[in-house]
Write a protein that binds this ligand. Structure first.
Ligand SMILES: Nc1nc2c(ncn2[C@@H]2O[C@H](COP(=O)(O)OP(=O)(O)OP(=O)(O)O)[C@@H](O)[C@H]2O)c(=O)[nH]1
Ligand SMILES: [Mg+2]
Ligand SMILES: [Zn+2]
Length: 317
């Protein structure tokens, strides 16, 4: 038997990782652990990591082992060093954001901040690359005056990607999202100020800090600064993540983008050129699908924008 002075190692899930300590969730409570040694390297411990730890008899425990990750969601971080070439001189490294996630929920508000379809698409590409189930959740439906929600549902129709929506004034609108989260580990990803933490608080009963939307630029203020994993009342876990301003597609080759871009997969493999980027090449099966309406033209436009970026021809959106 283990007593308070003879603590036994336990298994847990990392709830939040900071520079030198982390919170581990196990047996219905949080255990604070010190992070040392090789785990001090940035990204070696993130929310969702499964760990074996030695709880502290009093105070801080110790992480003994991080188990291999089944999935990792990474996000490009742009280095801040100065360079003579402002655009191409920026160094971009991939930082893990969350581990062992099954489902990625792209959260975007209809307004305040405005819906950014390019950002939603690039997050969907990141989800496909990390092999995560995608879901789009649109917030602030109370601000919908022109049927914009229906418009976005149509834009993403036929992709096997649920497009759900809610507003905080009517909590019953959260029911479909609640249902989609049960039993999975999901991560909420989206621009700052779209209402990720507000969603989590309403669903999980937490009281994490939510921000004000600054009326002037309507861009949010980065209220959440560390990814945070919380348990759901009906089973499952959700990770709230810090808002993103941009989401570069570092590491995606131009010829691979179509494999990850929403709904393009069925048209691949028939192009005349094996390394076809589906832009101007002759004998392109994707362009043929766009020409006869089997692939929507407005979605193809989004593909071309991201293609330009991964080909190094333009900046980010
Ligand atoms: N009108 C309206 N406002 C909402 C809704 N959901 C959230 N908000 C407001 O949007 C603002 C930002 O909400 P947060 O939950 O902090 O947004 P966030 O996505 O977590 O932001 P970061 O942590 O910065 O990434 C707050 O003032 C919320 O009250 C909604 O359904 N309707
Ligand atoms: Mg937040
Ligand atoms: Zn092609």
């Amino acid at each position: 038997m283990s007593g308070p002075n003879d603590p036994q190692e336990m298994e847990g899930l990392v709830g939040a990782a900071y520079a030198r300590r982390c919170l581990v969730l196990s047996e219905g409570r949080e255990w604070e652990c010190a992070v040392g040694g090789r785990l001090l390297r940035k990204g070696s411990l993130v929310a969702g990591d499964r760990v074996r730890f030695l709880p502290g008899a009093e105070g801080l425990g110790t992480i003994r082992e991080v188990h291999p990750r089944s999935t990792v969601l990474e996000r490009p971080q742009v280095g801040r060093e100065r360079s003579s070439n402002a655009r191409f001189g920026r160094s971009v490294s991939l930082q893990p954001l969350a581990a062992n996630v099954d489902q990625l929920v792209v959260v975007s508000s209809l307004h305040e901040p405005p819906f950014r379809v390019g950002l939603v698409e690039r997050i969907l590409v990141a989800a496909a690359r990390a092999d995560l189930l995608p879901l789009i959740h649109i917030t602030k439906l109370d601000l919908d005056t022109d049927d914009a929600f229906r418009g976005w549902q149509e834009h993403f129709a036929g992709l096997n990607i649920p497009v759900l929506g809610s507003d905080i004034i009517h909590p019953d609108t959260l029911a479909p999202l609640k249902e989609a989260l049960v039993g999975k580990i999901s991560v909420l990803v989206g621009h700052s100020g779209v209402g990720k933490t507000t969603l989590l608080n309403a669903i999980a009963g937490t009281t994490l800090a939510v921000g004000e939307v600054a009326p002037y630029h309507q861009r949010g203020r980065h209220t959440t600064s560390t990814a945070r994993l919380v348990p759901l009342p009906d089973g499952g876990w959700v990770i709230d993540s810090p808002g993103i301003r941009e989401f570069g597609l570092s590491g995606v080759a131009a010829a691979d983008l179509a494999r990850y871009f929403p709904g393009m997969e069925p048209f691949l493999g028939e192009c005349a050129f094996r390394d076809c980027c589906h832009r101007t090449e002759s004998g392109c099966s994707v362009r043929a699908a766009v020409a006869d309406g089997r692939y929507p033209a407005e979605r193809y436009d989004g593909y071309l924008k991201l293609l330009q970026e991964v080909s190094g021809e333009s900046g980010r959106s």
